[in-house]
Design a protein around this ligand. Structure first.
Ligand SMILES: Nc1ncnc2c1ncn2[C@@H]1O[C@H](COP(=O)(O)OP(=O)(O)O)[C@@H](O)[C@H]1O
Ligand SMILES: [Mg+2]
Length: 157
């Protein structure tokens, strides 16, 4: 498991990192987000959406578990918070929706068995009211080009 730490000091900095990911995303990207309520997961996803040229307002799909947005690549935005059982996900078409385009899952650690080895995992922790620590982790099967770009981004911030 490879690991990088990025500290952001404002909502904008978190969004900017998301925009960077969205801009450099290639087809079949899977991002697994963890962190408590109010950590900043949705703000990061909003940045990813912007980076994918999605103009729609992205909010947490808490009540419907999944939202799809059309952009340079489709963005499939999942939130596992209110998901009780893995099976419920298969009923809404997880097999079909979790591949292709860009999949981002909030509360990914609730169902670790659903997170593929290709995923880039980002855990967000609040260090103060405005400071967030982003721990970025991935394994060998993660998209290497994007991972290299993220390494450069983190080195420069
Ligand atoms: N550096 C930061 N990055 C992201 N959000 C921040 C930051 N500092 C403060 N915040 C605040 O934290 C909250 C994050 O909310 P949200 O993204 O909805 O969290 P989550 O989806 O993890 O529950 C917002 O109220 C936002 O204004
Ligand atoms: Mg959220």
């Amino acid at each position: 498991m490879h690991e990088l730490i990025l500290t952001t000091h404002s909502v904008e900095e978190t969004r900017d990192f998301g925009i960077f990911i969205g801009k450099h995303a290639e087809d079949d990207l899977f991002i697994a987000l963890s962190g408590t309520l109010g950590a900043g997961k949705t703000h990061l996803v909003q940045g990813i959406a912007r980076g994918l040229d999605i103009d729609e307002v992205v909010t947490s799909p808490t009540f419907n578990i999944m939202n799809i947005f059309e952009g340079r690549l489709p963005l499939k935005h999942f939130d596992f918070y209110r998901l009780d059982r893995e099976e419920d996900l298969y009923n809404i078409g997880w097999d079909e929706y979790s591949v292709g385009g860009v999949t981002v899952v909030e509360w990914a650690d609730m169902f670790p068995g659903l997170i593929p080895k290709e995923a880039i995992r980002i855990t967000i922790e609040a260090e103060s009211e405005t400071v967030r620590k982003l721990t970025i982790q991935w394994e060998e099967r993660a998209p290497q080009k994007l991972v290299k770009e993220i390494e450069q981004y983190v080195a420069g911030h």
